[in-house]
Design a protein around this ligand. Structure first.
Ligand code: ZN
Length: 323
């Protein structure tokens, strides 16, 4: 539509109303507040402090696709990502569950126009922490500790309390701020592995993590902070961490698995499928047309079962495009 032919547009106006609208749109979905954030240091030299909750031996690793362009935004979507990661459905974890992977099977290209082939990526849960520095007050060590690190504490997530029906009660609960870490070995987890080699665990102390570089050149410098004897596996403080993870129903396996689910692939990638508001995956109305193209690379097992056999035959008789 050009400016000349543009009809009158009734934009909504006003700061108060905008604020309300923003709150409302953030509240929709309900679960958002309860899901942990992902670990992310966007700028070169940015840093944070974390306490790993998942030790070396329990790190989950999977084949993963990165920067996969998403399909067109669904009607009414206000925000829609240009590209997303996914867990490859051909990862050995899904043997017997999935036999396809839309991104592998269709040789989808990533945002950089290269084949979006899968790579190993590692997953772990951490608590985000922060350094506490003396401010000169007696409570924080007096004048001699001004500006000096005197301790480390949890950052806090304020989470909606839910009733038995899963609806917010209006109360807020405070929990240690959980982070999901999803990163390669090289440049990230390999550095933690080296520290595990020294200490036999990565859970008995906090680590200061600093981003070094940008793009594919990024390394994360990980510096151990002196252990806090009262905070390591087996202590009451640690049990509170474990308990808060359980109360928030944060399960790493479920988070990773969701990124390989039918629903996830249908929602973000596969244009021949749609997801309804209840999360059910269906073939889109135009799937028959899309299916015609797909037949060229179909494995012929009909495992997807989405197209009735007679419709398949009809489409085949229309002629399969080559190439
Ligand atoms: Zn794949």
């Amino acid at each position: 539509m050009t400016a000349n032919t543009s009809p009158v547009m009734n934009f909504r106006k006003g700061g108060n109303a905008a604020e309300e609208a923003e709150k409302e749109s953030n509240a929709s979905g309900g679960r958002r507040d309860r899901s942990p954030d992902y670990f992310s240091l966007k700028e070169d030299k940015a840093s944070t402090v974390v306490r790993l909750l998942t030790d070396h031996d329990d790190w989950i690793y999977v084949e993963q696709h990165s920067f996969v362009p998403t399909k067109a935004a669904p009607k009414g979507a206000e925000k829609w990502p240009k590209a997303m990661m996914s867990v490859c459905r051909k990862d050995p974890a899904f043997e017997g569950h999935f036999s396809d992977c839309y991104i592998c099977d269709k040789k989808i290209k990533n945002s950089f126009e290269k084949l979006a082939s899968s790579r190993i990526r590692v997953w772990a849960i951490a608590v985000e922490r922060e350094l506490v520095r003396g401010d000169g007050s007696e409570a924080l060590g007096g004048p001699s500790k001004l500006g000096v690190v005197i301790g480390v504490r949890d950052k806090i997530d304020e989470v909606d309390e839910l009733n038995a029906d899963g609806k917010p009660t209006g109360n807020k609960l405070n929990y240690p701020r959980l982070l999901i870490i999803n990163a390669p070995m090289k440049g990230f987890f390999a550095n933690l592995k080296a520290l595990h080699g020294l200490y036999g665990t990565v859970c008995d102390r906090d680590f200061s993590i600093t981003r070094d570089g940008t793009g594919t050149d990024t390394n994360y410098k990980i510096v151990p902070i002196d252990p806090i004897p009262d905070l390591k596996p087996g202590t009451p403080a640690w049990d509170l961490y474990t308990q808060s993870v359980a109360e928030r129903e944060v399960v790493l396996e479920a988070i990773v698995g969701e990124k390989a689910s039918d629903e996830y692939y249908a929602r973000f990638f596969d244009p021949s499928k749609t997801v309804d508001k209840d999360g059910n995956v269906t073939e889109t109305a135009s799937a028959a047309v899309g299916g015609m193209m797909n037949l060229a690379s179909s494995d012929g097992t009909g495992a997807s079962g989405a197209l009735p056999a007679d419709m398949r035959d009809k489409i085949r008789n229309l002629g399969t495009p080559t190439g």
